[in-house]
Every structure is written in C-alpha cells, then in structure tokens.
Design a protein around this ligand. Structure first.
Ligand code: HEC
Length: 338
C-alpha cells in the first residue's frame, strides 16, 4: 500500500520537467485516453451528414465483446467505433459510426427480435474514481444515453450490471443513418450541470442480428473528453492521470501472475482455461491500470457481478501479501493484454 500512496509523486517525477504546465494531461494523452471535443459556434449539428463533422476531431476506439460476466459473448463484432465530438451552446453532440451489416429495428410484435443499439456512459459523479466499466457500481453510478434503433433515446442511470433505470425527463436527441454496412448515429443532449472537463465517457454497441441485448454487447474502455471553453479541473486531471498510469514493468509482471495463482481462477494467455473469475485476456483493453490495481489490492471494493464471483459484497478472490514492485508489475502486465 505504501507504494500505491507514493504514486502521485512518482507520476509527477515520471512526467518530468519538460511537460511543464499540465503533466497530468500529458500522461493521459500518452496513455491514449484523451478525446478532444471540437468547438461549435452554435448548437452542434444533429445531422450525421452536416459538413461541420468534416473538421471535428475523430478517435477510433477499439471495442471488445463483453466476457467479464455471463452471458459470455463469443460473437466477433465491430472492431472499432469512430467517435467525433462537438460542443456548443451548453450541448454535447457525439457522432458514432460502426460496422453493422443489417439494420435491426425494434418490432413491438416480435419479442424474439432485438434492435441495434448504442449507449454512451458517463460517471454520474464525475471527479471521483472511474466507476466499473460495465454499468457502474452500487456506490459509484453511471448515467447513460441509450438509443435503440426505431425508438426515442432514453436517459438512464445504472449502479451495476442489470440495474439500468430510465430517468424522468427528455432524453438525448438522435439522428441515425444506416447505409453501406454501417450505422452513423448522432446523439445530442445538454451537458449536465456537473459535467466539467475532462469528462469521462465510454461506449457500448449491440447488434440485434446476433441477439444483442443486456450483456451481449461490445464495449470500449473509459476515455476522457476535453470540453472546449471549459478550464480543465486540475484535481480531476490528477485523479484520472493516477488511474491511467503504472510504474510497473509488463515483462516482470508475468512472474507474479504465474506464481500467485492468478491463472487458477482467471484466463491468461499462458494458463489453463479456468473461469472461476472473469477472463483477463482483454483486461488492458477494457480496464484502466487504476481499476486493475484496485482489483488486486482490494478485491472486495467492487465485486464483478457473477454467480461464482462472490457473495454479499465479498469477492472470492483472496487477499495476498505483496512484495516490492509485484503489484505494479502485475498491473503493467494485465494492461498489456488487449
Ligand atoms: C480463488 C480465485 C481467484 C484467484 C486465485 C485470483 N482471482 Fe482475481 N478474481 C476472482 C474473482 C471471483 C473475481 C471477480 C470478483 C471481483 O470483482 O473481485 C476476480 C476479479 C479480478 C479482477 C477484476 C476483473 C474484472 O473483469 O473486472 C482482476 C483484475 C483480478 N481478479 C486479477 C487477479 C490477479 C492478478 C490474480 C493473481 C494475483 C488473481 N486475480 C487471483 C478470483 C480469483
């Protein structure tokens, strides 16, 4: 634990004097976690074909099938989500594009048919620790923009997998186009009063054709949006930079992963296929180092929902005594698994 408490100091030292004014922002950029938001002079456009999107900054995010908890999702999916963001007049608009061969709309007469869908997730209390990527935690909820093809988007809140609750009030506006095997969807909503910059955001995509619903989805990791015309909140930057960073060595981390019994419960590249705990094969793709560190040091601070994973808020994962750089090396090793 002593090692972890030193992290902020180590971070700043690692960032060095060269990165002058905002070493935390530079660390987040180096970790590939920052998405810049373009500034719209007026209300950002809703139409996916609006020329303003031509010059909006774009980020390609890798999407991973949800395999942390049942139903484990084996389908190969859209590999990437192209995200563009514009803000203006107190509104944020996100233009999201992903591959999807066919268009699947909601059909109220067919309960066996599911719609293509996309969700944008924000921490409901930004500025604290990033919530668990899969729909938040009991004590750290997320708010969502949730759109299913053929319906009006909803504003929702969740405190963990399976707890999605619609919030009262108008949801985001939407304009969606399907063509040439791709969805392009613009969602626009007023920025929440507590938004601030940087603002964490994450994405999930469902494909109706492969029975996509609930946990049968593809998801991105958290990113942070830098909102124009807002000064970065230094305390947030510091907190997120500490979560994005590890001083560990990934190659050295393979040793404790083998010696500390991790693969007796988790899938790892070299290990047997045991599934007592969630697979870690994509751990670095969907989780930040901060979450991985917390999972190792305080497994019960958040228990991934799953029948075999724990009971009454106590994880099945054992606490261990750690030596030297073992934990950070493990974190670096898991972060390298994508
Ligand atoms: C006895 C079985 C067991 C062992 C041994 C074990 N874990 Fe776990 N681990 C679990 C279970 C069950 C969960 C899910 C519940 C939770 O969130 O704590 C979990 C969760 C995790 C998570 C969070 C995963 C996610 O998808 O959110 C990480 C990271 C993790 N373990 C890493 C490790 C590492 C590294 C080791 C070896 C040092 C290890 N575990 C050893 C059972 C185990």
């Amino acid at each position: 634990m002593r090692f972890v408490r030193c992290l902020p100091a180590l971070l700043l030292m690692a960032a060095g004097g060269a990165l002058a004014a905002q070493p935390e922002l530079d660390l987040l950029r180096q970790a590939g976690r920052v998405m810049d938001v373009g500034k719209a002079a007026e209300m950002p456009p809703l139409s996916p074909g609006d020329p303003a999107w031509g010059s909006a900054p774009a980020t390609l995010l890798r999407l991973y099938p949800q395999r942390s908890t049942a139903p484990n999702f084996e389908e190969a999916g859209p590999a990437t989500l192209k995200v563009q963001a514009l803000a203006g007049k107190g509104h944020l608009a996100l233009r999201l594009a992903w591959a999807d061969k066919g268009e699947d709309q909601i059909d109220p007469k067919r309960t066996d048919r599911f719609a293509d869908a996309v969700a944008v997730q924000f921490p409901a209390r930004p500025g604290r620790l990033l919530p668990y990527i899969g729909m938040g935690e009991p004590n750290n909820p997320v708010s969502l923009w949730f759109w299913r093809a053929g319906t009006v988007p909803e504003l929702a809140e969740a405190r963990g997998f399976g707890t999605l609750t619609a919030l009262p009030g108008a949801g985001p506006e939407v304009d969606a186009v399907h063509g040439a095997g791709e969805w392009t969807v613009v969602l626009r909503a007023p920025l929440a009063a507590n938004a601030g910059s940087p603002l964490p955001v994450a994405f999930a995509v469902w494909d109706g054709a492969t029975q996509g619903r609930d946990g049968r989805k593809w998801l991105s990791s958290w990113q942070v949006l830098r909102l124009p015309a807002m000064r970065d909140d230094r305390a947030r930057l510091r907190a997120f930079a500490a979560e994005s960073f590890t001083v560990g060595n990934a190659m050295r981390g393979e040793k404790p992963a083998a010696e500390r019994g991790c693969s007796a419960c988790h899938r790892l590249p070299e290990g047997p296929a045991f599934d007592t705990g969630p697979t870690l094969l994509n751990a670095g793709g969907i989780h930040w180092p901060g979450y991985l560190r917390r999972s190792i040091l305080q497994a019960s601070s958040f228990v991934v929902p799953g029948r075999s994973y724990g009971a009454n808020g106590v994880s099945l994962m054992p606490d261990q005594e750690w030596r030297g750089t073992e934990v950070e090396d493990l974190v670096a090793y898991l972060t390298s698994l994508k």
